[in-house]
Design a protein around this ligand. Sequence first.
Ligand code: MTE
Ligand code: MO
Length: 517
Amino acid sequence: MTANRVRLLAAGCGVLAAGTGVVVGTAVAAVVGGPSPLVAVGNAVVSVTPGYVKDVAVRTFGEADKAVLLGGMTVVLVALAAAAGAVGVTHRRAAVALVVAVGAVAAGATAVDTSTPARPAVALFAPVVATAVAVGALLALLRVLPGPARSEPARRPGDDLPSGFDRRRFLVAVLGTTAVAAAGGAVTRVAGGSEAAVSRSRLRIPTPISPAPALPTGLDPLPGVTSYVTPNRDFYRVDTALIVPDVPADTWRLRIHGDVEEELELTFADLLDMRLVERRITLTCVSNEVGGPYAGNATWIGVPLADLLRRAGVRDGADALKSTSADGMVIGTPLDAVLDGRDALVAVAMNGEPLPLDHGFPARMVVPGLYGYVSATKWLVDLEVTRFSELDAYWTERGWAEQAPIKLASRIDVPRSFQSFDQDAVRVGGVAWAQHVGVRSVEVRVDDRTWETATLAPQDGLDTWRQWTWHWRDATPGDHTLTVRAIDADGTPQTSDRAEPRPDGATGWHSVRFSVD
Ligand SMILES: Nc1nc2c(c(=O)[nH]1)N[C@H]1C(S)=C(S)[C@@H](COP(=O)(O)O)O[C@H]1N2
Ligand SMILES: [Mo]
């Protein structure tokens, strides 16, 4: 066997050893209830990544951003592990030092991780065991590889190495390591199952005392236009959680404290015993670009936040509601918006089912008219009445605005980019939103012609988007651009000024190129 082949084999051993460490570490994490080492590092990467890089990542990868991050980390880990293996043929200590360094990074990330309630001292078992297993496996594997070339002074690199390589011993070491990894995987499967999923499948949400109004007829006027109510499986998801927090309803508690007369701690059953209302509300993400997909409309059931806060008794002087999630997300919402009579909810159901796990099970906030990052806390566990001056909200610390009402927006769904129509069938449409204000009208323009008034689908409520359609009757063949703009219920037209999502939401008109045959 040549020295190069030994290095290659050793690199493979490094990857196997590191993989085994990660798998066993993940199993330990599942047992002790902490973050898996890979997830802890991923969370740390997310939290130290500068905001503008995150914006680019979200823009480039959209909702695949989490998969891309974990994939990228895996590539880096594989490269480091292969390097450790290859180096280890001649420099055992350096190889061990490299593995320990990577383990130390994972331990550091675990120590500062807030994504699980496990105490750091307990959570640290995972990276420590992972590192120990990886080092042990690497040394065991390297031992059964042929020794370093320099122990044979007569031979030059590239020469055949002396025998001393016992294929059987090597195979046994590889199989032994693989068995350890398989055992780790099995433990993870047993211990890491989601308790929230079980709890969700058992849950029955009572009939709300105040149901949502019946849906008007005449919605969904044109195929291709975003459906009026967004099915849960199609609802956009934006959050920092690499792994969806596992929060079973039976052990869930909501603490309400801060500038209140009386602190409260509610169980899920307590919450369901309160006045449940059902409302349709359109959620929107501040990261949504002009024409972008990060908006969705659902029928929510929940307890009015105002009821909860009144029960606790809000003291004078507070201006903010600080909400915290099970995974440590901190969001600040203006107290005004929560108490001004709008349907701000602690929601427990979405479109007739308990909240989906990735949309905040068992309870989340929904506040009409505010972007999600200042209002829509998922996996909600803590509400504190406070002041903005004393509040460090996650996104505001990262350069996003403290106050963020949803901006008037309109979007073209039909045509899709470069779609072509028959001359007598140019029917276009989309949605427009101005939550808690309302949309008065939508106008469209082909190329530089005059603005035409679109037909609005019936209005359901002020807190939801409106669908619009328009038929271009005297369409002319050729390439065209369609532009849309909305006017809100106060008469304010949508601005054509282009603004980026950061710091408080994108503006500008949406245009789409299409052709008529
Ligand atoms: N715990 C938690 N809640 C969160 C977030 C988050 O990262 N963590 N992201 C917020 C943002 S930015 C938005 S736009 C909405 C998205 O809700 P959805 O994923 O249900 O559409 O959730 C909000 N609530
Ligand atoms: Mo968002």
